[in-house]
Design a binder for this molecule. Structure first.
Ligand code: IMP
Length: 178
């Protein structure tokens, strides 16, 4: 499919599933060497990161744990700028190597807030793996340790990312038609 319509908007294909698959394997390979025998904890940010996490995690070959949290700052196609609490950050991450797994870094607000919250638990280290990164949209400086793809500051859907709740099931990533 080159184009999809979701609710009132039309999107065109941007990153096909094969490219996503290949890139995730590359990131997994990097993580496997960096975290070998470090017993890392992967913390996925729901809902958007669930597919990226699944495909990344199944390719991790060192002993590791997985957990999910939720934090929401988006409504429609624009950030609301309102930060909510992190839900589900339990488990003991004290002295553990944490990898935050995000779907996308846009303004950077979510990730920078998450970094603060996670750091309070005094982990051994915290790094960020995001499938997509919009460097030109950043409002808060954040360090992106592993990025699948750098994309322009346009609205995208698919492979876990939604437009008002829909489109997460698309296997490719699509961008809003201007
Ligand atoms: P940030 O806090 O502005 O970096 O936004 C992070 C969150 O906003 C992501 O985890 C997504 O849930 C959502 N988001 C940002 N850009 C997009 C997009 O292009 N499509 C769908 N969701 C997005």
């Amino acid at each position: 499919m080159n184009e999809v319509t979701i609710l009132d908007k039309t999107f065109t294909i941007m990153i096909p599933r094969k490219k996503i698959e290949t890139r995730i394997l590359e990131i997994a390979r990097d993580l496997n060497s960096e975290y070998k025998d470090k017993n890392p904890v992967f913390i996925g940010v729901l809902n958007g990161a669930f597919l990226f996490m699944a495909d990344l995690f199944r390719n991790i070959e060192t002993p590791c744990e997985i957990s999910f949290i939720r934090v929401s700052s988006y409504s429609g196609t624009e950030s609301t700028g309102q930060m909510k609490n992190v839900v589900g950050l339990s488990g003991n991450i004290n002295n553990r190597h944490v990898i935050i797994v995000e779907d996308i870094v846009d303004t950077g607000e979510t990730v920078s807030y998450l970094m603060q919250e996670i750091s309070r638990h005094q982990p051994a280290s915290v790094k960020l793996a995001t499938l997509l990164f919009k460097p030109q949209a950043l409002k808060i400086p954040v360090t992106v340790d592993y990025a699948g793809f750098e994309i322009p500051p346009a609205f995208v859907v698919g492979y876990g990312l939604d437009y008002d709740g829909y489109g997460r099931n698309l296997q490719d990533i699509y961008v809003l038609k201007s």
